[in-house]
Design a protein around this ligand. Structure first.
Ligand SMILES: [Zn+2]
Length: 302
């Protein structure tokens, strides 16, 4: 067989390999995580997930109208099945706008009651209020024989923060509380550090192999539990470094400039944000965990 012929025979194998690795898809904004499970990201810094079942589509995270319109188009490139559910991870406007795009398709919009209460009190024109609200720590949605688990872990970031797990595919969708290969977000807004660490440990104990993150600076489209562990360790390493400065007697205002975490120097925004991260984590250590609330919605099912 000629070299050229051999090369041509290799092409279908290579194409198959690329598809199976989950890296490439016909739509450049789409990555396939498993049969019927996709990650969508149009380069706006936000990733959504959707699951195609025999009875329709489940979408996680609308982000905003523009993102949702692109997401709907991407879904239509894969299936013409009806959109049955739009699921929210949490309350924040930068994740929760654009739901009307899916409501117009007939989707039920689902959020945890804590996220819903906040949305009701802080409306925006692009924010479609959820019509299916749940409480407690766990809800399962079953559609077309597929199950998606909704886990509310109590306080960590924002309100009603939900971690989604597809138990059959062992895939999790995690928003904001883990961002691979990046330091914490700027001034670490609306995070309770202590409860966040507890939540990360609980996620590490969950049963999944593949993670889709709402934000990621990793080269690979999909992560694993490793990034959850790395985030927990990063926060703990920062707390230890701050404690070491306290013990040395470094003046309070000089601690953020003094703390260096060279192990993480290649993470995105290390130079720009590390001192902001330290300010926030240091204030939390100094003042006590904040924001805090009596977590009745979490207690209900515990
Ligand atoms: Zn958020």
């Amino acid at each position: 067989m000629s070299r050229l012929k051999q090369l041509f025979l290799l092409i279908p194998v290579l194409v198959l390999a690329v598809f199976m690795s989950g890296v490439a898809y016909a739509d450049k904004n789409l990555w396939q995580a498993a049969d019927n499970v996709y990650r969508y990201g149009p380069g706006d810094g936000y990733y959504s997930m959707f699951v195609v079942t025999d009875d329709g589509v489940i979408v996680v995270e609308p982000v905003n109208t523009k993102h949702s319109e692109g997401l709907l188009q991407a879904i239509r490139g894969v299936t013409d099945k009806p959109i049955r559910y739009l699921l929210h991870s949490h309350n924040h406007w930068d994740h929760s706008l654009g739901g009307q795009v899916f409501r117009d398709q007939g989707a039920k919009i689902v959020a945890h009651t804590e996220a819903y209460e906040w949305m009701k009190a802080n409306q925006r024109p692009e924010l479609a209020l959820p019509d299916d609200v749940w409480a407690g720590s766990r809800k399962d949605i079953v559609l077309g024989g597929k199950t998606i688990e909704l886990h509310y872990l109590g306080m960590n970031h924002g309100l009603g923060m939900t971690v989604f797990v597809l138990p059959e595919e062992k895939i999790a969708y995690i928003a904001d509380i883990v961002t691979p290969n990046r330091v914490l977000f700027a001034i670490v807004p609306d995070f309770n550090i202590k409860e966040w660490l507890r939540s990360l440990s609980e996620i590490e104990a969950m049963d999944f192999d593949t993670a889709i993150y709402s934000h990621s600076q990793a080269k690979e489209p999909f992560g694993s539990k490793a990034e959850v562990t790395q985030t927990r360790e990063f926060i703990q390493d920062m707390q230890a470094a701050i404690m070491a400065e306290f013990k040395k007697g470094t003046p309070f205002g000089q601690v953020p400039g003094a703390v260096k975490l060279p192990k993480y120097k290649n993470w995105a925004m290390y130079k720009e944000w590390l001192h902001l991260n330290v300010w926030r984590v240091m204030l939390d250590m100094h003042m006590g965990p904040f924001p805090w609330r009596p977590d009745h919605a979490y207690q209900m099912n515990k």
